[in-house]
Ligand binder design. Structure first.
Ligand code: NAD
Length: 506
């Protein structure tokens, strides 16, 4: 039976942060909305608050006064759950607890028409599990909104094992009609966004654990790569308790797969009440603004005899231009070795190399050159002056080269930030693991590559989707970084996805 929810009356159960937002969106889209909450007065309070929100939108010219008034008039607080019996769609946004959700849906099944669709806004519980025990489990689907609901475009439409395809299709079409961008997902731990986003936090926490970088350096590097917020400031904003709970739930739900293992760094912060902005202290202290990034002062590079730019492509072209500028005062320019196997600069035999994932010490050993520094991936065709770039030195590098590596990066227009000699540095490591996680999600049929890209850009504001990062890089490049991480940490955390292996070209 095909279902059309476009005219359906909507019952929203749970009038908290999410339920109120869902009621707002549904009412503005023209639906009659009933709002029910077990807490006495909560639905009325939510409706009153919505009235103020809509008034504010009107006074800012974002909404016509009549539209606001009619939307508000369409929202009716329900005194009893049974008052919502006429609903063609129920959206549940109650407490995140399996038993509570199961009990609610069982009760709802007795109240609403057999054709009504039941949707859950759960962020972490299996949709299959919530449906278990229902007389009609096929009509239960996940409709996962993001906070704040009126602003966030993404809706993950989650199918459990028994969800009927036409139910998922009807909710998908409805989300589109509500001005959202829905993405189909299979019910698996973390669905799309909360799963693929894990490495954004996990790799930063792993680098912090081994003291490879400070939170400020990590944030500066990731923001230079285009992320709106760095991982540490974002964890401070989300709250370490919430972030830790999501990580734990994905970890447990994956049978304690090491890939999702939570961090000791974060557990200690949660235990100590350093929850981020809400507690006044996380990685940073609040309400102060973020402290300025301490940046080392670099002298101009020492006079060199020979500078060669290695590699082809936009980065090498940029380095060639920047090196030519840096050398102009000495009256000569760099040579170019386009066919080289690596990208970067060779300065009198010392190497400043774009990371291929291997730490500087490993590159030094295989090249038989001690004066090696590796630098992070650059995400800009022409990086703006001051672009924050992580680099790491080979432990055995000479004292002069230790100063020269940073001096050269500064002369090339970057803000060089020295980090510990960890595989994949900061950006390459994180992006490779985001791509890898997304590849496994696609391998397991959780979503399509296009779905993953939309979800990550719209659900957590990533500047690019994982498969967009991949297109700009290469399958082999991502596998190399994951393999370098695996070689260093020798566990089963860093496993390149079979989806990637199958696509690697020789
Ligand atoms: P909330 O605590 O703000 O609101 C939950 C509301 O549900 C409360 O008003 C509570 O009184 C009510 N409630 C509890 N049990 C009930 C029941 N049996 N029947 C009716 N009402 C009941 O929570 P929230 O942040 O709005 O989250 C609601 C759901 O949405 C959870 O499943 C959560 O995981 C999910 N979610 C939350 C976010 C977020 O960022 N807050 C994002 C996506 C999904």
């Amino acid at each position: 039976m095909s279902r059309n929810l476009q005219q359906a009356a909507v019952l929203v159960v749970g009038a908290g942060i999410m339920g109120a937002g869902i009621a707002q969106v549904a009412a503005l889209a023209g639906h009659d909305v009933m709002l029910y909450d077990t807490r006495a007065g909560a639905a009325e309070q939510a409706r009153d608050k919505l009235g103020s929100t809509l008034d504010a939108l009107v006074s800012r010219g974002k909404l016509a006064a009549e539209a606001a008034a009619s939307a508000l008039a369409r929202i009716a607080p329900a005194a009893r759950l049974a008052d919502g019996a006429s609903a063609g769609l129920v959206v549940e946004a109650i407490v995140e607890n399996l038993d509570a959700k199961r009990a609610l849906f069982r009760e709802l099944e007795q109240l609403v028409d057999a054709s009504a669709v039941l949707a859950t806004n759960t962020s972490s519980i299996s949709v299959t599990a919530i449906a278990n025990g229902l007389a009609q489990p096929g009509r239960l689907v996940g409709m996962h909104f993001f906070n704040p609901v009126p602003l966030m475009k993404l809706v993950e439409v989650i199918s459990g094992l028994r969800t009927e395809p036409e139910v998922a299709a009807a909710v998908f079409a409805l989300a589109q009609a509500w001005g959202k961008v829905p993405v189909h997902a299979k019910s698996t731990p973390g669905f799309i966004v909360n799963r693929i986003a894990r490495p954004f936090y996990a790799e930063a926490l792993a680098l912090l654990l081994e003291q490879a970088a400070t939170p400020q350096v990590l944030d500066a590097c990731m923001k230079a790569a285009g992320f709106r917020m760095g991982p540490c400031e974002l964890m401070d904003l989300i709250g370490h308790d919430t972030n830790f709970a999501v990580t734990n739930s994905v970890y447990e739900a994956n049978f304690y797969d090491k890939r999702y293992q939570p961090s000791l760094v974060q557990r200690e912060m949660v235990a100590g009440g350093l929850l981020g902005r809400k507690s006044g202290q996380g990685f940073y202290g609040y309400p102060d603004a973020m402290p300025a990034l301490p940046v080392a002062v670099h002298e101009a590079p020492a006079t060199a005899r020979e500078v060669v730019v290695h590699g082809a492509g936009a980065l090498a072209d940029h380095l060639e231009r920047a090196a030519a500028q840096a050398l102009a005062a000495q009256g000569w320019g760099p040579a170019r070795a386009r066919a080289s196997a690596w990208s970067g600069l060779e300065i009198d035999g010392a190497r400043l190399m774009l990371t291929d994932g291997r730490p500087a010490f490993a590159v030094a050993r295989s090249a038989g050159v001690a004066d090696i520094a590796v630098f992070d991936r650059v995400y800009a065709a022409a990086p703006a002056p001051g672009y924050a770039l992580a680099y790491a030195l080979n432990e055995g590098a000479s004292t002069p080269w230790r100063a020269q590596a940073g001096a050269w990066l500064a002369a090339l227009g970057f803000t060089p930030l020295e980090v510990g000699d960890a595989p994949g540095l900061v950006v390459a490591r994180t992006v490779a693991m985001l791509v890898n996680e997304a590849s496994d999600a696609v391998l397991q049929g959780v979503c399509t590559p296009e779905g993953a890209d939309s979800a990550m850009k719209l659900g957590v504001n990533h500047p690019r989707g994982p498969f967009e990062w991949l297109r700009e890089w290469s399958v082999a490049g991502v596998i190399d970084v994951v393999a370098a991480l695996d070689a260093m940490y020798c566990g089963d955390r860093y496993r390149a996805s079979p989806w990637l292996h199958r696509r690697a070209t020789v």
